[in-house]
Design a protein around this ligand. Structure first.
Ligand code: GLU
Length: 468
């Protein structure tokens, strides 16, 4: 299978920060476009004036860029169908309301929110699915005029045809059928003049030439409405694929407690961007390789056929696995930037590369790097209880020998330890553990040979001396 001229999109509503769920939708859409050398488009769905905020737009652009999910059309980049924020497209929508009006497919609705709620409750109480009862569809032209003259501002409702079946093949879930009789006439323009999601979202996808829409399963029941609308407007219908939702580590809805975090929070904790990509690309999508893949490799192996229909469960252990892998693969420059100022202020300039090389296998987050920077270069050495025990067990004579060996061999680790072995008759753990404890205040950690080469000679002497 090849797909030519593919255009995918991510269409977030800027009502909050990007979270695992919506950023995975962005990733899948970006990978699908990249897989077929197509275009990944970004559109800001800010029709909800109350809840949309400019700071969320800035944050989501920044998060996507940080992740390396650069869009080819959209805010800041422009493109042939600009503008890419729905709040700036109202004049375009007017034209399409006009078309629907001319063909008699919409009508003004004067029902108040209270009337709609009462009607919905009555239907539910009667065991029927709640749909718009059609009150305003039955108003006579004179009635409509009278209400408009009274200054009422109506919403606009799309008249859903009776007795039809809406069919489409979902990229993830296969053939879908919906009876139009189950879909009530729905609002496409609110009483305040702003477009409803169904309308703006579908019209924009069509006008912007979007060919493939990947979005959350919660939108599946919106799709037949959008198909009907696009057909009524004579606009092309994209291929839709509805992604199974992500559930929390406890199997329940994804929530803060069960692992849901914003991209901001994950970034602040020190997760690396490629780590999130490797993790998220496998959350509900399977790859043949379970090894680390760069973004081009992730795209090359991406296919809607590999998207699961069952909910994907967030698993922090998997995320941590990729983080450990990501830290091993990151360049020195990336890690030096990532460790933060706390580390950069403490590590002497001439050993920054040696520091990173020493701690790399032992760290997953900047906080871990800070821990070792403090142990290595802090003036006061805080020793763990275990290291105190190891030092006491070795006895002060041991450290006198260690000092002598260090004076003779310096940071030549094999020569130093061979000499210390000769002097003390100790080998293995009883030899290395007290040395490590005296030098770092810990009984575990990075390779001792590297630590010996990294620490300033006077620090080593002072710390050994302190145990004599
Ligand atoms: N703005 C919608 C949302 O964030 C977009 C849905 C879609 O992708 O079609 O849920």
């Amino acid at each position: 299978m090849t797909i030519a001229n593919i255009k995918t999109r991510f269409a977030p509503s800027p009502t909050g920060f990007l979270h695992l769920g919506n950023v995975r939708t962005a990733l899948f859409s970006a990978l699908l476009a990249r897989r077929w050398q197509g275009i990944f488009l970004l559109r800001i769905e800010d029709t909800d004036r109350e809840r949309s905020r400019a700071e969320y737009v800035d944050a989501l652009l920044d998060d996507l860029r940080w992740l390396g999910l650069q869009w080819q059309e959209g805010p800041e980049r422009g493109g042939p169908q600009a503008p890419y924020a729905q709040s700036e497209r109202e004049a375009i929508y007017e034209e399409y309301y006009g078309q629907l009006e001319d063909t008699g497919r919409i009508y003004p609705c004067f029902c108040t929110p209270t009337e709609l709620t009462v009607s919905r409750k009555a239907q539910l109480a009667a065991g029927r699915p709640p749909r718009y009862s059609g009150t305003c569809a039955r108003l006579s032209p004179a009635d409509r005029r009278a209400r408009l003259e009274r200054g009422l501002s109506p919403s606009l409702r799309f008249q859903v045809p009776n007795g039809q079946t809406v069919e489409f093949t979902d990229l993830v879930r296969g053939p879908q059928r919906f009876a139009s009789d189950d879909i009530g006439d729905f609002v496409i323009r609110r009483a305040d003049g702003t477009p409803q999601f169904f309308f703006a979202n579908a019209v924009d996808d069509a006008l912007m030439g979007v060919t493939h829409v990947l979005r959350g399963e919660d939108h599946l029941t919106n799709t037949p409405r959008q198909v009907l609308l696009l057909e009524a407007l004579g606009l092309p219908v994209p291929h839709y694929g509805h992604l199974a939702l992500i559930v929390g580590s406890d199997g329940g809805p994804l929530s803060k407690r069960s692992g849901d975090l914003s991209v901001r929070e994950l970034r602040a904790q020190g997760y690396l961007p490629e780590v999130l990509l490797n993790y998220l690309a496998r959350l509900g999508h399977s790859y043949e390789q379970d090894t680390w893949l760069n973004v081009n490799e992730l795209a090359a192996g991406f296919s809607p056929d590999h998207l699961g229909r069952a909910p994907a469960r967030f698993d922090e252990a998997h995320l941590l696995h990729w983080q450990a892998e990501g830290v091993q693969r990151a360049t020195y420059e990336q890690l030096w930037d990532w460790v933060g100022t706390g580390v950069r202020d403490q590590v002497p300039e001439e050993v920054t590369e040696a520091f990173i090389a020493t701690v790399r296998p032992n760290i997953r987050f900047p906080a871990d790097a800070l821990f070792w920077a403090e142990r290595f270069f802090g003036v006061e050495l805080a020793r763990s209880v275990e290291s105190e025990t190891a030092i006491t067990a070795a006895g002060s004579g041991f450290f006198g020998h260690a000092l002598a060996a260090y004076d003779q061999y310096g940071a030549d680790y094999p020569a130093l330890t061979a000499n210390l072995r000769e002097r003390t008759g100790l080998k293995g753990k009883p030899l290395f553990m007290p040395l490590r404890a005296a030098l770092t205040g810990e009984t575990h950690g990075p390779e001792l040979a590297r630590i010996l080469a990294l620490l300033p000679a006077e620090t080593i002497r002072r710390r050994l001396q302190a145990c004599c």
